[in-house]
Design a binder for this molecule. Structure first.
Ligand code: NAI
Ligand code: MHF
Length: 286
């Protein structure tokens, strides 16, 4: 099913993200984690492509397994900044062959040392190429705090509008730890005439070491309330796990209470995190 049709259904949606292995050696453990996450029957699952500037060889295979073996709708990420138009076209052909209808069109992180290809600069160009190649439901990323490379938040929202006008049918947000940032962002984009559904991206932080990586990827604002939790429990794995799930669940309950219906969990191949969040929300998601 297309993500836009899933988002049209009544009631809240909960989706989970997995990332493919970096090498074939990691394939079996990712496949097992994916299976356990699919068994939770989320509304859909997404599979990253070269997350953090890494590799992308297994995205289509993992995504096809999720939809064909477990019957869960899937959203395949596709990044373009390190790719060529010919390669993008090949990947789209593979997705079509596997019956995958949903693509998250991303520019992608620029690898250290610069991008090895120059066919694409921005995600909007990828959106246009995907549209030309078939009947895909296309999503895009958005940044409640503004994209770190954007000079101003307004410029970033103008570019977001161009991306939506190019054919992006829904948006997923970068992670955020302060819901007011999302509420302000939603107000601003709606005022600028961006009306497509927005899926809120939530990262449960269950280990202290993740923080540096997250800040490097996204520059996300860390509220004092959040920092205090990491300071207190960051060195105690079991306590940090519990506190991280509770913090994310608290954020989600507040989002649902304020009318944000679609929640995407950056579950990072951790079935126990996906299951912990789902269990914490079993009544409020009904
Ligand atoms: N690999 C993956 O699965 C995922 C990657 N990401 C990351 O999100 C980041 C950026 O990707 P997107 O949001 O897709 O990029 P984008 O192309 O929409 O925006 C990237 C930057 O370019 C600017 N920009 C866009 N159009 C412009 C124009 N015409 N002129 C000047 N500036 C313009 C934007 O304001 C922004 O600062 C990357 O770091 C990406 O990897 C996010 C989610 C998942
Ligand atoms: N700039 C950016 N790039 C992304 O790829 C990305 C975002 N933002 N925001 C939303 C999600 C979150 N994603 C992430 C976030 C962190 C890792 C990460 O820490 N990767 C580690 C491995 C972690 C592990 O094995 O548990 C790595 O070394 O790649 C990967 C993808 C993918 N997405």
């Amino acid at each position: 099913m297309k993500i836009t049709d899933i988002l049209k259904q009544d009631g809240p949606t909960l989706s989970f993200e997995v990332f493919p292995p970096k090498t074939s050696a990691g394939y079996d453990s990712v496949a097992k984690a994916t299976q356990e996450i699919a068994a939770l029957r989320p509304h859909f699952m997404s599979v990253t492509y070269g997350a953090g500037g890494g590799t992308s060889d297994y995205t289509v295979g993992i995504a096809a397994g999720i939809s064909q073996t477990y019957g869960v709708d899937v959203l395949a990420h596709l990044t373009c900044v390190s790719s060529t138009r010919a390669h993008v076209s090949r990947v789209l052909g593979q997705l079509k062959e596997k019956g995958i209808q949903n693509v998250l069109a991303l520019r992608g992180d620029i690898p250290e040392g610069g991008a090895p290809a120059h066919d694409y600069q921005y995600a909007a160009q990828l959106v246009r190429d995907i549209q030309a190649q078939g009947d895909f439901c296309i999503g895009g990323a958005c940044y409640p705090e503004g994209h770190p490379e954007s000079p101003t938040k307004d410029a970033d929202i103008d570019h977001l509008k161009e991306k939506v006008e190019a054919g992006c049918q829904f948006l997923t947000t970068q992670m955020f730890f302060d819901n007011n940032i999302l509420y302000n962002f939603l107000y601003r984009i709606r005022e600028k005439g961006i009306t497509v559904p927005v899926v809120a991206g939530i990262m449960p932080v269950t280990n202290g070491k993740q923080i540096a990586r997250i800040c490097k990827l996204s520059g996300t604002y860390l509220p004092e309330r959040f920092k205090a939790i990491v300071d207190k429990f960051g060195d105690n794995p079991a306590a940090m796990h519990q506190a991280g799930i509770a913090y994310a669940a608290g954020q989600i309950i507040d989002l649902l209470a304020n009318g944000v219906r679609h929640i995407h969990i950056y579950s990072m191949n951790k079935p126990e995190i996906a299951a912990g969040i789902q269990a914490s929300l079993s009544e409020v998601l009904k």
